[in-house]
Design a protein around this ligand. Structure first.
Ligand code: SF4
Length: 387
């Protein structure tokens, strides 16, 4: 595979691909929905047609969403690192008696939200571990604390795992529980805790994690209540390309039914400090080809369903993020005033990127920076050189 990042005309690129791949790429360029079998051929192919695949994904991105690359000004608040679930890919969680265990008070969570708002953030992303002694209405009370201090900020909070835990702790029906969170200020849910949506793979990653059915129930119930969510997939560990394709088909089906996904976020596995890797049970994260393939595959398979494909800059770093933004992605994620989860797993891309840095990186690609809201409303476009 060529290592240059020069954009290449999609039709010319298709002619360089093998005949079978070229037929699939042509269908994608015609705007057709790819079948699971076609997706699988792309996911499992070698590197010889990868440049063509990437060029077509970039072209479909251009047709669907243009040359704007969006980002959101936000802050992560990981309110506790105490967790009983024990996911083998997680280097963030710890036990309640560990020296580095922490559990932020409502006052501190609210203070961080208010500080983020004062510094220009429109969103706080609130997620944490699952402590054994969690009080039943803790998640609701976090929302109340943030909203009391900063009524206008968008709260993007609580993975399906946390929602299921909240349901268990309160004994409320799922729909009632989510409706309560919405009434108390929940703006959207992160579609995290998805990892790979295959119960056999999930058993290898974390035996106590929500099942595929539970994940889908939380997400679709949220959508039906008017709570949008993101969708995610963690790749580069024990899974195979067939799992990527199955997951994209599942997400596409959900989106056709509910329309509630704002974006798809591929999350490359950061392996260094995880049990999964240290026990020799996983690959050492994705290869460059896998990163490009997953982003390109998402663009092609989700065409007409989910238009926003995000790069996770904390996991990918600068250069890889840029490559993936040229392989079908159109969103740079958030500025993140602090980010613990990837950093503790061994990612070194940093904890905060100011908007000016996003602008510079986006312009390097010849594209246009724009700040967005959590739900992809364009707040400000920065077409020229000036910030
Ligand atoms: S990924 Fe989440 S649920 Fe799993 S161990 Fe880490 S904090 Fe706990």
């Amino acid at each position: 595979m060529a290592t240059t990042v020069l954009p290449c005309d999609a039709d010319t690129a298709v002619r360089s691909a093998s005949p079978m791949i070229a037929r699939i790429l042509d269908r994608a360029l015609e705007g057709r929905e790819l079948t699971r079998e076609e997706g699988l051929i792309l996911a499992e192919m070698g590197t010889e047609s990868l440049d063509a695949f990437v060029a077509v994904a970039d072209e479909i991105r251009r047709r669907r969403v243009g040359d704007i690359i969006t980002y959101v000004v936000n802050r992560n608040i990981n309110f506790t690192n105490i967790c009983i679930i024990g996911c083998k890919f997680c280097a963030f969680s710890t036990g309640p008696n560990a020296a580095d265990a922490y559990d932020l008070s409502f006052e501190e969570i609210a203070r961080r939200g208010a500080e983020a708002w004062e510094r220009g953030a429109t969103e706080v992303c609130v997620q944490g571990g699952l402590p054994r002694e969690l009080e039943g209405f803790h998640y609701r009370d976090i929302l109340r604390a943030i909203k009391r201090a900063t009524p206008e900020i968008h709260i993007h909070a609580f993975s399906p795992m946390e929602v299921v835990y909240g349901v268990e702790k309160t004994g409320m029906p799922l729909a009632d529980y989510l409706a309560m969170l919405k009434a108390d200020g929940l703006g959207s849910l992160p579609g995290t805790a998805a990892e790979i949506l295959d119960d056999e793979v999930r058993q290898l990653l974390s035996r106590k994690k929500v099942t595929v059915k539970q994940w889908v129930d939380v997400i679709t119930t949220a959508h039906h209540l008017g709570i949008p969510t993101t969708s995610t997939m963690m790749y580069g560990h024990v899974e195979q390309p067939v799992h990527w394709v199955n997951q994209l088909c599942l997400l596409r089906d959900i989106q056709k039914e509910t329309g509630g996904f704002t974006e798809f976020v591929p999350l490359g596995f950061v392996h260094l400090n995880t049990h999964l890797f240290q026990e020799g049970k996983s690959r050492p994260g994705p290869t460059l080809e896998e990163h490009l393939k997953v982003h390109a595959l998402a663009r092609l398979m989700l065409q007409g369903a989910i238009d926003n494909i995000q790069v996770s800059w904390v996991k990918l770093g600068r250069e890889l993020s840029q490559r993936c933004l040229q392989a079908g992605a159109n969103d740079y994620s958030g500025t993140l005033m602090e980010e613990n989860i990837s950093r503790l797993a061994g990612a070194t891309a940093g904890e905060y990127l100011p908007p000016e840095e996003f602008h510079a990186r986006i312009r390097e690609l010849g594209r246009i920076p724009a700040e967005r809201s959590t739900t992809y409303k364009l707040l400000k476009i920065f077409p020229g050189r000036a910030n």
